[in-house]
Design a protein around this ligand. Structure first.
Ligand code: URA
Length: 293
């Protein structure tokens, strides 16, 4: 696996069990680190850097909903009989964050479906949690659900999603595959549709961050492909344009991240498909090399 340093992995203090305990107690977490990294005692990101990262959780930010909405119940959300009820959160965002950091897939999904942590919870039709195999080595991260995703409850199912499927097939991947070599897991930075497909707001990203962080921690993908400026900048804590972020292996808490254009952009700018093809080949080679290490 390539290990290029980025702004996400400055030399930081070594992680100790105490470090993990106090960062979680302070609500700075979820500070998750690949097990292999922890075992090597190599810290890809200091707690301070983690806290200032765009996907870090704002402990100070209160939840925006009215008190009654804090007691989240599953009543309004469809849920299978096997799913556990979503967590009932207190008013404290710190408690919310540390509860999310301990959730398994089913509880995380149920909690996402019931989430009212920001105003998007009031305008969406349904939250779009993510789709694909929990065994996938590839994770695709997009921006936010659009109208079609909001209707169907699955990420990337509109026109951009069809192009994404074609891009994935071109490198032998399939969102419906179970085989970890071909499987992908697809998620967005935001789980709820911003009205009118406007850009996500910082508070929305802050409230959604623990959900995406937990998805990444549970999945432990071999590679994250960040599609579009918003996903790339959110994951990498950067303001740099896509053109500067492409073509390198970045890291998100020890997991390689490769950046490419968003399929919706490609629909408007088909001439850039050749660039995306290069990015996909680069990503595929990066995953293959990591598998050989
Ligand atoms: N665009 C995204 O970024 N995500 C989706 O799920 C759909 C469109």
């Amino acid at each position: 696996m390539s290990d290029h340093p980025t702004q996400l992995d400055p030399p930081g203090p070594r992680i100790t069990p105490q470090t993990l305990r106090w960062t979680q107690a302070l609500g700075l977490g979820p500070l998750f680190v690949r097990r292999s990294v922890l075992e090597q005692q190599g810290m890809p990101q200091s707690p301070a850097a983690a806290a200032s990262h765009p996907l870090a959780v704002s402990v100070a930010a209160p939840m925006q909903d009215a008190p009654a909405a804090h007691a989240i119940t599953a009543a309004a959300q469809p849920r299978s009989a096997t799913q556990p009820p979503p967590a009932v959160f207190s008013r404290s965002n710190t408690e919310r964050v540390s509860a999310i950091a301990r959730m398994g897939w089913d509880e995380l999904q149920a909690t996402t479906q019931a989430c009212r942590a920001c105003k998007l919870g009031g305008s969406r039709h349904q939250a779009v949690f993510g789709s694909g195999s929990s065994q996938a080595r590839w994770m695709i991260v997009g921006e936010a659900p659009g109208a079609e995703e909001d209707r169907q409850g699955e990420p990337f199912v509109g026109a951009a999603g069809q192009l994404l499927d074609a891009m994935l097939h071109a490198i032998g991947l399939d969102r419906r595959a179970d085989d970890p070599q071909r499987a992908v897991y697809i998620a967005n930075v935001l789980k709820c549709r911003p009205p009118g497909n406007r850009n996500p707001e910082p508070e929305e990203v802050a409230q959604c961050a623990p959900l995406l962080q937990r998805q990444i921690a549970l999945l432990q993908p071999g590679l994250i492909l960040a599609l579009g400026r918003f996903a790339a900048q959110s994951l990498l804590g950067s303001n740099a344009p896509i053109s500067q972020l492409r073509g390198r292996v970045h890291q998100f808490v020890g997991i390689p991240v490769i950046v490419s254009y968003h399929p919706a952009y490609l629909l408007r700018n088909p001439a850039d498909k050749a660039r995306v093809w290069r990015d996909l080949c680069f990503a595929r080679n990066t995953v293959s090399r990591a598998a050989q290490d």
